[in-house]
Design a protein around this ligand. Structure first.
Ligand code: PMP
Length: 407
């Protein structure tokens, strides 16, 4: 594990050298996607220049080295989240696909009419809609853990949501709209005391916090490569072996079969049972380079740096006249959401963009969160390891200017 040198880190991300609207880019939209270090970009070029071939198929050399590189990612992910077995790592398109696999392949066979699924009030749409689709199909019901005005979940209310009919619990580790870090260890324990399996959405957590699936004893975990400095089009579904083994496949096609005849098909073993068709090979292979990048710096060092930046940005923002933070939980990571009295978030976003500053405005794919706070959306600053205090200072000056103009 190395030391965290922000100057060196920034040199690794070529896009940080570009300008936007004549100003140096300041990118605070990392919750939407992160930029990629040159180690990942080079690996993408290298894949096509040197390896390009389908995986798990050919006896020929290129297919073998592509397969080896793709399978190396699986082992890197396994080590990164400390999964017990390599075959518990399913390579998906991203978090959304992982959630849909669970809703389809666990939900359809094991959750029936009048059964209940618990989610929380702060979920991303990808951890709401797949369950609603299941409920429409099977007649099961969603129960929602309430959230208070700080954006913290009510754990006592959560305990009371369980019934004999509770079949699954699914919640986010870190809220992409509010930045709240949920007490997931305690929440998993509460579900397990009632023999209910838990799905953890780690899309906003994996790039900021150390995650150990065995220590958490979580049953399923989902995250996306593009939010952890890796390519788009790749993500991970971790599942405990015994659960994945009893689930039917998600899609049918090549790679997920053992034998096919017109009379009967037998399915492949884990993890291939859930990986039908040609995967996004390049992204799969290059996710390993993103993991290496994080590992070389050390996730703890990244977290310490980002936590300092979060505290600094929060403090500086608190002096903006008329600001209202949306989400003031005691434990937060990487995200600051806010509104300014009398100004639409979108107008702030447009003015900041003119100054080269990228923020996200809107509901951040978490409309129920906005509804609870009675707002259409927020301005969201989502930080990554390459952001700096100097960028925060420029942003604050720009925001002050925008607020003066829009008031
Ligand atoms: N959950 C959370 C908490 C997220 O932040 C995101 C991405 N913004 C998702 C799920 C969905 O991820 P993806 O679009 O990569 O599938």
């Amino acid at each position: 594990m190395g030391t965290f040198d922000i100057h060196k880190v920034r040199e690794d991300f070529p896009i940080l050298n570009r300008t936007v609207n004549g100003k140096p880019l300041i990118y605070f939209d990392n919750g939407a996607t992160t930029h990629k270090p040159k180690q990942v970009i080079d690996a993408i070029v290298n894949y096509y220049a040197d390896m390009n071939s389908n995986v798990h198929r050919g006896v020929h050399y290129l297919s073998q080295i592509s397969t080896d590189a793709f399978e190396l990612t699986r082992r890197k992910v396994q080590a990164f989240i400390h999964a017990k077995n390599e075959h518990e790592i399913i390579i998906t398109k991203g978090t959304t696909e992982a959630m849909n696999i669970i809703a389809t392949c666990y939900g359809r066979p094991f959750i029936g009419a009048d059964d209940e699924i618990i989610i929380s009030a702060m979920e991303h749409h990808s951890n709401i809609v797949p369950w609603q689709m299941l409920c429409d199909e099977k007649g099961c019901k969603l129960r929602v853990i309430p959230m208070d005005e700080k954006g913290e979940l009510d754990i006592e209310a959560y305990r009371l949501l369980f019934s004999d009919r509770t079949k699954l619990v699914s919640f986010t580790y870190v809220s992409n709209a509010l930045g709240t870090i949920n007490p997931v260890r305690e929440m998993i324990q509460i579900a397990h005391e009632r023999q209910v399996p838990v799905v953890l959405d780690a899309a906003q957590a994996i790039q900021h916090l150390k995650i150990d699936v065995q220590e958490l004893d979580v049953d399923f975990l989902a995250f996306s490569g593009h939010k952890m400095y890796g390519p788009t089009g790749v993500g991970v579904l971790y599942g405990k072996e015994e659960l994945l083994n009893k689930m039917p496949p998600y899609q049918g096609g090549g790679d997920m079969i053992k034998d096919v005849t017109f009379e009967k098909t037998t399915y492949n073993e884990l993890p291939f049972k859930f990986e039908a068709g040609t995967p996004n090979i390049e992204a799969g292979i290059c996710l390993a380079h993103a993991i290496d990048y994080i590992d070389n710096l050390g996730i703890e060092a990244i977290k310490t740096y980002e936590d300092g930046l979060l505290a600094y940005a929060t403090d500086r923002l608190s002096h903006i006249e008329g600001i209202r933070f949306i989400g003031t939980a005691a434990h937060k990571s990487s995200v600051i959401s806010f509104v300014v009295d009398g100004i639409h978030p979108y107008d702030i976003g447009v003015l900041l963009d003119k100054l080269g500053i990228a923020v996200r405005t809107g509901h951040h794919c978490a409309q129920p969160v906005m509804n609870q706070f009675g707002i259409p959306g927020t301005v969201r600053l989502s930080l990554a390891m390459y952001n700096t205090k100097e960028e925060v200072d420029i942003f604050i000056a720009a925001l002050e200017r925008a607020v003066r103009m829009l008031k």
